[in-house]
Design a binder for this molecule. Structure first.
Ligand code: MCU
Length: 432
């Protein structure tokens, strides 16, 4: 029914517009292609200097390079993003290794993923549920079983790929004995935390979908979502894989979307040391920052910037203080400045103004914007919701958190930026 409705919309558009249906579709596809990338990390070749030290109680300037200069063009964002990616790996999440050897299968009911690297191998799988109609379908990867509104996803015409991240990074282990497919490959003493391991698993599912050809699922039309701890994982997955067209973290709390500098000071919110200690979600290196987040060279508004200009819909719950929604609103407002600078403001949405306080409930308020997001970013139909609905009780103010302004970035080529320092990033296989 939804596919038929979409077809009707296209027909109506075609009737209103003298151009052919194909021309409209091509234009929409070009717009989408500009946002997503063919590869996981377009900045893997960018040089990144050493980690800056020094405390700053305000949010770091997303547009200022490690060498102190500011970017001036949209093209400069590629290597500035790589700096943020690298600093986030070093200090918050741990290393995401380069793609290992990946193989697997995709069917209408499931995906198998086989990974191997330097003689070690592991496998995991995911369940597939198709929407009505005929494929190939866009799809949303649902991290963990909690609370994702799979009915809305399917009603919008996207398949659901249910992925159990615990098979890739188990909870309940000591940091020096991590378990799961990621750690089978990279060692149980890897300093990479579970969120990044889960995110790596999402990327390997995408590898398999893309390798399989578009018989069942469309590898260039994939989203990711999850709630709570799996919202943290969905957030990290979207930030660290530029092939993901739509990221929808739900009620992710401390260690997810909310600014790390805000968690310890937000009334009732989970503290950084609590999130660090509850499970090995964050990387081992984060232990240095749990009581001094002002020393972090990055914050999550910049991880949101890593998702820009791709589709992002952040959902939060203002009724449970533990979930740090006020810090979440600041992250979204700060990250939106990157979207704005890149000319993609309508691609980020945030919504915490909801009635039902149950953690990970499927909320009626989110149905329409979620459907709109799937249509815009996974089906090339219309634009994203482009809304910011922040609950008054948890409305943070960006102005108190920044001392930088948002530049007008030129459309042209790259500028400035010395290339000193070590080249690093996703080229190495080591995670410790
Ligand atoms: C919001 O995510 C977590 C939270 O960080 C934990 O402290 C709490 O125990 O569980 C939440 C969650 O995953 O709930 C299902």
């Amino acid at each position: 029914a939804v596919a038929a409705l979409a077809a009707t919309v296209i027909l109506v558009l075609t009737a209103l517009d003298p151009r052919a249906d194909a021309a409209i579709r091509a234009e929409a596809t070009a717009a989408r292609t500009a946002a997503t990338a063919a590869v996981e990390d377009e900045g893997a070749d960018c040089p990144v200097g050493s980690t800056p030290s020094g405390a700053d109680a305000k949010l770091p300037d997303p547009f200022r390079r490690i060498d102190g200069t500011r970017i001036t063009s949209k093209a400069d964002w590629r290597c500035r993003r790589a700096e943020i990616r690298e600093l986030a790996e070093r200090t918050v999440y741990g290393r995401k290794p380069a793609r290992p050897t990946v193989s697997g299968t995709v069917s209408s009911s499931g995906i198998t993923v086989n990974v191997s690297d330097q003689g070690r191998s592991a496998s995991f799988s995911a369940k597939v549920e198709l929407p009505a109609g005929s494929g190939p379908f866009p799809a949303v990867i649902v991290v963990g079983g909690l609370g994702a509104d799979t009915a809305t996803i399917k009603a919008a015409g996207a398949a659901v790929i249910s992925y159990d991240p615990l098979a890739v990074g188990r909870e309940g282990t000591a940091r020096n004995n991590k378990q799961g497919a990621f750690y089978t490959l990279y060692g149980n003493t890897s300093s990479t935390g579970l969120l990044m391991a889960w995110s790596w698993g999402v990327s390997r599912i995408i590898d398999v979908v893309q390798q399989s050809g578009a018989a069942v699922l469309k590898g260039d039309s994939l989203g990711v979502t999850g709630c709570s701890r799996y919202g943290k994982g969905a957030f990290v997955a979207g930030a660290f894989d530029q092939r993901i067209a739509l990221t929808m973290p739900v009620e992710s709390g401390t260690g997810g979307a909310p600014i790390l500098r805000g968690a310890n000071g937000e009334s009732g919110a989970q503290s950084l040391s609590s999130a660090y200690g509850e499970q090995p979600w964050l990387g081992d290196a984060f232990s240095s920052y749990t009581s001094s987040p002002n020393n972090l060279p990055v914050d999550t508004h910049e991880m949101i910037g890593m998702i820009a200009p791709r589709g992002l819909f952040v959902m939060e719950n203002p009724h449970v203080d533990w979930l740090a929604a006020k810090s979440g609103s600041v992250a979204a407002l700060g990250g939106a400045e990157v979207y704005r600078a890149l000319g993609a403001q309508s691609s980020i949405s945030y919504w915490s103004d909801v009635q039902d306080g149950t953690h990970c409930a499927a909320r009626s308020e989110w149905r329409t914007p979620m459907t709109q997001s799937i249509n815009a970013f996974l089906k090339n139909s219309g634009t994203g919701p482009g809304v910011f609905r922040i609950a008054g009780s948890k409305a943070g103010s960006l102005s108190g958190w920044r001392d930088w302004t948002t530049p007008t970035l030129a459309d042209g080529g790259t500028s400035g930026g010395t290339s000193t320092g070590t080249t690093s990033g996703t080229t190495g296989g080591s995670t410790s």
